[in-house]
Design a binder for this molecule. Structure first.
Ligand SMILES: Nc1ncnc2c1ncn2[C@@H]1O[C@H](COP(=O)(O)OP(=O)(O)OP(=O)(O)O)[C@@H](O)[C@H]1O
Length: 554
């Protein structure tokens, strides 16, 4: 029940949104095609009787027209089946697009994606957004359409089977018991028996599937981390260690996979025996009717097909069991992800004032450890402030707070009006063209002349011809070049307040000094706050502040 409620929370907003009416139309058309196909299968069932009767009588004149009918029936069934699937896939991709976009919007709203990294984050959000959303939408549509089809098959063939079964007379204790539609009852009892067995042998699959998805995602994520840190690993000659760790992760996958395999094997033994036996059950069960000459040989084959259909309708649960366990695991995973996103408090929205100003500010780590206490500082417009302090004191945390992304603080602070930009020590350079990298994240259309000029200003003139060149800039450029590129961004964006967190640490002292001088010269209206351990920068700042005096008592 809980699972259905969770699913309803995920699916309801899409399926009960008027704007998605066309998906209902597509789904209706897909189901319509499937139902028509079932109707034609009922005709095929009658064809079965006529064909086998004609064969039994060696009636060649009847056989050839029946073969032509067969071709027609099969052609229509094939067309209906292909289009029913195609339409269902169209529904899946529309729903998946909506779900993926919705998850992305929520993940990025109010800095949720960042806040989640500061606490107990559900594992692998990438997998939940990409893989789980795909599985959830495709499995849901498949299972839903499958359930409707099974019900329709059940309804269509129940009457056929009921009629064919006639009235079975069983002598019992000197009397005769009459069972109407006995083949239908056989199919029902057989299906109930199969469902019970399937649940008994398969109920552990849900947990194992959940674990499998998690372990596979962990493995993929650690492979990606190796790629991102390839240079470090090569320098440390860490290949053996990395391989060992990866193999360890993969052994985990194999361990779970083996358990999953064994469970599936047990379930497979049950489901396949159940299915194979089902093919003969109607023949054996139909023998009394054949003996009593209630049905002909053709009728027996008709019984067999009708029985198989009714049995398949009843056995939807048995045949969909594996998909259901995978589906339930994805419902839980996306449900958890949504819940975790909803529980995140939005990032604080600091007030704005004439100048950046904080009074009596106390900062903490996410688990509540105090870092700094009673911090007092101001940054008057167009001024410069250099901040220093020992490593681990909380300098970066203070800058994150002032930039508005660190929520663990007490007290109040005000940001300066206008645009505030924070440049960290290790800049993020998105892959793509150098032009896009320079203007990130702005959509502003800087002309090439401006871009070439800022590259020249930060001493990256040699990259001027590469504005349209696309590559992984983070891997291609040296640490110092990356920092220069990041400062070139500031020159383009012209923020009102620029906060630099050791943003010149990879440059030699002379280059770092030249860079800060360029910033001051090119951005005279910008207030500048910087954390740095580079002594040569001290003379360039009007004021300096040693944060050590605000260190919190531990
Ligand atoms: N997300 C986090 N979760 C837990 N602890 C954190 C987190 N971010 C920072 N800290 C801790 O807070 C303390 C201060 O970190 P911060 O990066 O602000 O120091 P810093 O003064 O800038 O150091 P450095 O000069 O070495 O860069 C450190 O002990 C760090 O481990």
């Amino acid at each position: 029940m809980n699972l259905l409620k969770q699913f309803w929370r995920l699916a309801g907003p899409y399926w009960f949104n008027k704007r998605n009416w066309f998906s209902w139309v597509l789904l209706g058309m897909s189901i319509g095609a499937s139902l028509t196909m079932i109707e034609i299968t009922v005709w095929l069932n009658e064809w079965n009787r006529d064909f086998y009767d004609a064969l039994a009588e060696l009636n060649v004149d009847a056989i050839y027209p029946l073969l032509i009918d067969f071709c027609w029936l099969v052609a229509i069934i094939v067309l209906l089946k292909v289009y029913a699937d195609w339409l269902a896939e169209l529904v899946q991709i529309r729903w998946r697009q909506w779900m993926t976009e919705g998850l992305l919007e929520r993940w990025f709203a109010n800095g949720t994606y960042y806040r989640m990294t500061l606490g107990e984050e559900p594992d692998n959000p990438d997998q939940r957004i990409a893989e789980d959303a795909r599985l959830l939408t495709s499995d849901s549509v498949e299972l839903f359409v499958g359930a409707i089809k099974s019900t329709a098959v059940l309804i269509a063939f129940t009457s056929v089977l009921w009629e064919l079964s006639g009235n079975l007379a069983i002598p019992w204790d000197g009397e005769v018991i009459h069972i109407t539609g006995y083949l239908f009852w056989v199919a029902l009892i057989y299906a109930i028996f199969g469902t019970g067995l399937t649940q008994f042998f398969g109920h552990k699959l849900h947990g194992l599937n959940y674990q499998q998805q998690r372990k596979e995602a962990n493995f993929r994520a650690s492979l990606l981390r190796k790629r991102d840190n390839a240079e470090q690993i090569a320098l440390f000659k860490g290949e053996a260690k990395e391989q060992m760790n990866l193999k360890g992760g993969f052994t985990d996958i194999i361990g779970n996979w083996r358990m999953l395999m064994n469970r599936r094997k047990n379930l497979g033994l049950v489901v396949n025996s159940y299915h194979e036996t089902a093919k003969m059950v109607p023949l054996f069960a139909g023998i009394p009717a054949l003996m009593a000459e209630v049905i002909t040989i053709g009728g027996l084959f008709q019984v067999r097909m009708a029985f198989m259909k009714v049995y398949a309708g009843f056995s939807w649960f048995v045949h969909s069991y594996e998909n259901l366990t995978r589906w339930s695991a994805t419902v839980v995973r996306i449900g958890q992800f949504l819940e975790a996103m909803e529980q995140q408090q939005p990032l604080p929205q600091p007030e704005k004032d004439q100048q950046l100003d904080c009074q009596q500010l106390a900062l903490f780590t996410p688990n509540g450890k105090p870092l700094l206490d009673k911090v007092e500082l101001t940054l008057p417009p167009h001024s410069q402030l250099l901040i220093s302090g020992v490593s681990g004191l909380g300098k970066s945390t203070l800058l994150r707070t002032l930039a508005g992304i660190w929520p663990f603080y007490d007290g109040e602070f005000k940001q300066a009006q206008g645009h505030t930009m924070l440049m960290p020590q290790k800049p993020y350079l998105p892959s793509g063209s150098l032009r896009a990298c320079l203007s990130y994240p702005s959509e502003a259309d800087y002309d090439d002349q401006q871009l070439v000029q800022v590259l020249h200003d930060v001493n990256l003139t040699h990259l001027s011809d590469n504005l349209s060149f696309e590559c992984e800039w983070q891997q291609r450029l040296s640490g110092g070049e990356q920092q220069r590129l990041s400062l070139a961004r500031a020159l383009l964006a012209k923020p009102d307040t620029l906060i630099l967190d050791e943003a010149t640490s990879s440059l030699d002292e002379a280059s770092a000094k030249a860079m800060i001088e360029t910033l001051k010269q090119q951005l005279p209206q910008t207030s500048l706050m910087m954390v740095s351990h580079q002594r040569s920068l001290q003379p360039l700042f009007e004021r300096q502040l040693d944060l050590g005096r605000f260190a919190a008592a531990q």
